[in-house]
Design a protein around this ligand. Structure first.
Ligand code: GDP
Ligand code: IMO
Ligand code: MG
Length: 423
């Protein structure tokens, strides 16, 4: 039962797309288990850059079955657009399947996402505006519409009319917006139903059958541990569970089928949207990381906030995900820094924390305690052997490894598949 989970250990955008694409070669199946089109995963192969949002990053390999698991929220309009864009680039989507249990993002979810953010003003989350939070909220409230509802337009009609009764009240009375018409939504979603129907299947059975046959299955996380609804920097999080436990719930497999958890970790830290970020550098260091690292959101085009490596955050991720190994990415981005810092602890009101603080206030106000290391001042983007890395770069990698307590097995020194060092 070779089930492998690959997830982000920080605030997302760690390079999960590259890692999944690179390791997927030996897999039979790649499964996304949570989130939706809020994700933006970049895969670069032979000078072609692909930006994936809802589709798993195994899609470039014709032999791989790609699965959108139960735990996702799906915007059918966006998904079809993404599929068509891949097909126009010569990439087949024939082996893409969608769980019937996925919840559908409806137009009112997107409207409510943006209007709620506007109303929150300075307290906004800085969401991607894709309707993710409102869709998961309806799922939990048990008034959601699922992919399997597309099979029966009568049921879809009933559920939609029921949902709209409440949504239209909220939109008109609370937010002064126009109501939505059930008929128009039915007409729109019936078109999507025709297009997607043949792909909507029992994906849990499909994945379990594959695992039972001994096929290698790769579970690809979106977002990152610090954006997890339970274990992240709540309320500045997304509305799903990117952590390793979420892979089981979000794809319908038991934990005993998983035998490895890979944590994808950026060599520094970034975050998109609002919320606490202890090691953020609003200065020339942060700006330099932003520029060299090309740190611009794949989904929203917002500049990512940047800062030094935070070992407390990644140690927390190591713990809640039981990481087997770390895939360290973007080490090349730090190549021109004379000195590089790593936060090894936080201080708050005279107390030192070398672990993730249990209370939100402490994390919000924590002052990082830094170690300072020498930079290596040379281009490492063509290096493929660990021993060939400059001494200072190896020291940086080994310091992170020691602080986090998880072996770093891979080091990425550039965006393409081949710019990777295996230790
Ligand atoms: P994801 O959301 O975790 O899949 O990450 P994104 O794709 O949103 O952001 C990571 C960005 O860094 C992408 O533009 C990748 O092409 C790029 N990238 C990945 N690994 C490396 C690396 O080792 N070095 C550099 N310079 N860029 C990388
Ligand atoms: P990938 O998979 C980085 C952030 C948003 C916002 C918060 C909530 O590319 O790593 P949402 O729209 O999910 O309700 O927004 O989560 N966010 C991400 N940040 N990478 C992502 O995905 C993200 N998906 C959501 O910026 O702060
Ligand atoms: Mg991303």
């Amino acid at each position: 039962m070779p089930g492998i989970i690959c997830l982000g250990t920080q605030w997302g955008d760690e390079g999960k797309g590259k890692v999944t694409d690179m390791l997927a070669d030996k897999m039979k199946m790649v499964v996304r288990y949570q989130g939706g089109n809020n994700a933006g995963h970049t895969v670069i192969v032979d000078n072609v850059t692909l930006k994936l949002h809802s589709i798993p990053s195994g899609i470039l390999y014709p032999h791989i079955v790609n699965v959108i698991g139960d735990g996702l929220v799906v915007d059918p309009k966006d998904l079809i657009k993404e599929m068509n864009s891949l097909v126009s680039q010569g990439i087949s989507t024939e082996k893409l399947f969608i769980s019937g249990n996925c919840h559908l993002i409806m137009p009112y979810h997107k409207i409510l996402d943006s209007v709620r953010e506007r109303k929150l003003g300075k307290y906004k989350i800085g969401t991607t505006g894709k309707g993710i939070g409102p869709t998961y909220a309806d799922k939990a409230a048990r008034i959601g519409i699922r992919a399997q509802d597309l099979f029966d337009i009568k049921i879809l009609e009933q559920k939609l009319e029921q949902a709209l009764k409440e949504k239209n009240q909220v939109m008109t009375k609370l937010y002064n917006l126009k109501p939505l018409k059930a008929k128009e939504l039915i007409a729109e979603y019936s078109v999507y139903a025709k297009y997607l129907k043949k792909r909507i299947v029992d994906t849990s059975k499909m994945i379990n059958d594959a695992l039972d046959r001994g096929d290698k299955v790769f579970f690809e996380g979106a977002q990152g541990t610090m954006l997890d609804i339970d274990h992240g920097s709540y309320p500045y999080v997304t509305s799903s569970s990117p952590v390793a436990g979420g892979a089981c719930a979000g794809s319908g497999v038991g934990p005993l089928k998983i035998n490895k958890v890979i944590g994808v970790t950026k060599a520094y830290t970034t975050r998109v949207g609002e919320g606490p970020f202890p090691t953020e550098q609003i200065n020339r260091f942060g700006q330099k990381m932003q520029e060299i690292g090309g740190e611009v959101g794949t989904t929203t085009g917002r500049a990512r906030r940047c800062g030094w490596f935070d070992a407390i955050v990644v140690k927390h991720a190591a713990s809640v995900n039981s990481l087997s190994v770390i895939f360290l990415t973007k080490l090349d981005v730090l190549s021109s820094f004379k000195k590089i810092k790593i936060a090894s602890a936080y201080n708050y009101r005279g107390k030192r924390y070398d672990y993730f603080p249990p209370h939100q206030t402490i994390f919000n106000k924590a002052k990082p305690e830094y170690m300072e290391l020498d930079g290596w001042n040379s281009d490492i983007s063509g290096i493929t052997k660990y021993e060939k890395l400059p001494r200072q770069a190896r020291k940086y990698v080994e310091t992170i490894e020691k602080l986090v307590g998880v072996p770093i097995k891979y080091i990425s020194v550039g965006p393409s598949r081949r710019q990777t060092i295996k230790r």
